[in-house]
Structure formats: structure tokens, C-alpha cells
Design a protein around this ligand. Sequence first.
Ligand code: HMH
Length: 227
Amino acid sequence: MEAGLEQLAEVEGTTALWLKKHRLVYTAATRHPFILSIRDGSIDLNSFKRWLGQDYLFVRAFVPFVSSVLLKAYHESDNNSDMEVFLSGLAALNDEIKWFKKEASKWGVVLSSIAPQKVNEDYCRFLESLMGPNVEYTVAITALWAIELVYQQSFAHCLEEASRTPPELAKTCQRWGNEGFGQYCRSLQKIADRRLLRATSEELKKAEATLLRVLEHEVEFWNMSQG
Ligand code: HMH
């Protein structure tokens, strides 16, 4: 990294700098029309149901990805507490999968008969590409942080004072928009920033490119859900 940027990274954090640098795609991912339609109450419930079924499949692929990050932390991390952050993430995902099943039955969505759409398959394949032992811990934690951040920022937006989120979707928004999940995202960000400060320029390049790919996949996922 250049000298000036390096100092800025220490103060602000590399991840915050990257979000500023890539704010167009970041905003596209966190203020997507699908999310805005939840927020203003105009959401088409078929879109919501499509999102619900597809996201259940995504989360099933996301669990092994988070496990792979935990495994990397066990082998590579310079900080003991990283592993505990991922373990709490996995515990939350256990709860989340149960929630998806309950929510799906409430909406009459039959999870066992849902086929992944191509956009979802592409995203899951991308996750798989990040699971291998050849992918650095720093790159993987950057991806994990970004994936969680998009949902946290998106759904928190639907819970703000001025929002008109339909009551039957409030629980969904709280799942990712609640303060505890916000705290989890900040823990992930802190780990990512700590690692990025010590990363080689090669790793930095890979991590930044991975962040961009995540944001693009997230935009595509919302597009797919909206239909
Ligand atoms: C597509 N991105 C997608 N689904 C999720 N459940 C999350 C992020 C956050 O867990």
C-alpha cells in the first residue's frame, strides 16, 4: 500500500476505506429496490417468497463457508478470540435454518421442492471457491464480513423510524437488522481490518477484489428475488 493510504488504513480501517471507494456498488447492494420495497410496504409477496426459498438454499451453502473460515482461524489466526466469533456465527446460523423452515411453512413455501436459480448457484459456487485451503484467512474473513454486512445494512434500513415495513415482514428484518447482529458484523470487521493491516499487497488485492465480487453477487441476488 502507498505510504499515505497505509496511515489512513491504520486510523480508519481498510474495510471502511474500501466501502467509500466502492460506494456505488455498496449502495446498490444495501439500498436495492427489493429492500426499498420492503421498507415502503410496496413489496410483492411473491418476490418475498422467492427470496425466502432461495435464501434458505444459500444459507445451507453459507454454513460450510463459515466453517471453513473457522478452520482457517484455528490454523492461521494470530488471535484466539477470532474462532469464538465464528462459532457464535455458526450458532446463529443453526437458529436461522430453523427460522427459515418455520417462516417458509407460514408462507406456504415448500423448501424441499425449491430448485436453486442460476444466480444463487453462481453465488454458492463463489462461496465454494473461497473454502479451499489455498484461500488466505484474510481474504476469506473479508468475504464473510461483506456478506453479513450487506444483510445487516439492508434490513436495518427497513427498521428505521420512517420505514413502513409490513408487520408480517418485521421479524425477517429484525433477524438481520437487530443490534446484536450489528455487533457481530463489527466484530467481523475488526478481525478483517486487523488482518488487512498486516497483509501483503497481493493479499490486499485479492481481498478487495473479493469484496467487490461479494457486493456484485448480492446485487444479483436481490435482482433475482425481485424477479
Ligand atoms: C444472499 N447474503 C445472502 N443471504 C444471506 N442470508 C446473507 C447474505 C447473510 O447471512
